[in-house]
Design a protein around this ligand. Structure first.
Ligand code: KIV
Ligand code: ZN
Length: 387
């Protein structure tokens, strides 16, 4: 395993994330998200795909102007026009990066591009050197790398490096790979491609089989130095690897020798809500890290446990993701301890007798409702006090 002290977090919420069917972000929303990501110390923000529309161009341009610390990246196919326009959109970025890509699997070569392998290598060479004439920071992506023949992948990567790419992005474009295959490919590249040791190796995983985060973590363990991800895991089809899951997995499992990231996880809750509101996509209740239920406990046994010691049923601190709310969810499975805790949290001081009186109507209300909200509880307490 290559010894990574620090992993580069490459956020593509504004590019691959915006490619989620039905997600469309205004330029204002993109700027807000980029500003918050920058404050959270993300390393790279992929701001869009400038050649595809005027709106995309202006989105990248605005983010490039606004962002203070992170590198700002723009996507481009292996075409001169794409690369030139990406360079123009990034003109005002403090740290501009061009990300150019080409499909290299036989499926892409035959059915999408109609190119021979020799033609693919030639296009990689010309696109990477074209981008290098615009910026020193060029990232080349092997699209559909995990379904590519190993010799074609190695030769493609070698060609990109020879022509000046500083970052090589290994894309599991269709979310096809299993974790051990990702590790094998990273090891193959590290062992077979000359000059790979000095290159920033990136992993870009999609979630078609629900493996994007597991695959990204396998790549990190195998030695990549950059991971690509999106807030809330949005992206093409079933989405990309989720940023919040990756950074919290790294933080939580330092015992496994995982690299650290500079990302300030306290921004996760705020970022997740901002992204969700910007595209009008709800976050599923049981979504890891940022779902409504991720730090909530309903059953009496669990509530008793976490109230005695959070570590009984929690492996992360909710404050670490910037969540400042009670972890007790009142429902039919809750008991006296959870109820008392919630009352304390709401600043309601009840005599023991009143608490006893509250328990029965509380259970009855919980039978009828899936959740007892704070407002419902306050109303119930008022009723009990008046009775
Ligand atoms: O999934 C993919 O292959 C991509 C590339 C453009 C990196 O998003
Ligand atoms: Zn992608």
């Amino acid at each position: 395993m290559k010894n990574n002290k620090n992993i580069i977090i490459f956020d593509t919420t504004l590019r691959d994330g915006e490619q989620s069917p039905g997600a469309c972000m205004s330029i204002k929303a993109k700027m807000k998200i980029a500003t918050l990501l920058d404050e959270a110390k993300v390393d790279v923000i992929e701001a869009g795909f400038p050649v595809i529309s005027q709106g995309q161009f202006e989105g990248v341009q605005s983010v490039a102007k606004q962002v203070k610390n992170a590198s700002v990246c723009a996507l481009a196919r292996a075409l001169d026009k794409d690369i030139e326009i990406a360079g123009q959109a990034l003109a005002q970025a403090k740290r501009p990066r061009i990300h150019t890509f080409l499909g290299i699997s036989s499926t892409h070569r035959k059915h999408k591009l109609n190119l021979t392998t020799e033609e693919v290598f030639a296009m990689i060479a010309s696109s990477v050197s074209k981008a290098r004439n615009i910026t020193d920071d060029v990232q080349w992506a092997a699209e559909d790398a995990l379904r590519s023949e190993h010799d074609v992948l190695c030769k493609s990567v070698e060609t990109a490096i020879k022509n000046g790419a500083k970052t090589i992005n290994i894309a599991d474009t269709v979310g096809y790979a299993f974790p051990h295959e990702i590790s094998d490919v990273v090891e193959l590249l590290l062992n077979k491609v000359p000059g790979m040791d000095d290159i920033n190796i990136s992993i870009h995983c999609h979630n078609d089989l629900g493996l994007a985060v597991a695959n990204s973590l396998a790549a990190i363990q195998a030695g990549v130095s950059q991971v690509e991800c999106t807030m809330n895991g949005i992206g093409e089809r079933a989405g990309n690897a989720s940023l919040e899951e990756i950074v919290m997995a790294l933080k939580t499992r330092q015992d496994l020798g995982m690299p650290v990231s500079s990302f300030n996880t306290c921004y996760l809750t705020k970022l997740s809500r901002l992204v969700s509101e910007s595209i009008d996509f709800p976050v599923q209740y049981n979504k890891a890290i940022v779902g409504r239920n991720a730090f909530l406990h309903e059953s009496g046994i669990h509530q008793d446990g976490v109230l005695k010691h959070a570590n009984t049923y929690e492996i992360m601190c909710r404050e670490d993701i910037g969540l400042n709310q009670s972890n007790i969810f009142l429902g039919i499975h809750s008991g006296r301890k959870g109820l008392k805790h919630k009352l304390d949290f709401l600043g309601i001081d009840l005599e023991q007798g009143d608490l006893d009186k509250l328990l029965k109507p509380f259970k009855a209300l919980a039978e009828e409702n899936k959740e007892i909200t704070d407002a419902m509880l306050v109303a119930l307490v008022d009723k009990i006090k008046k009775s």
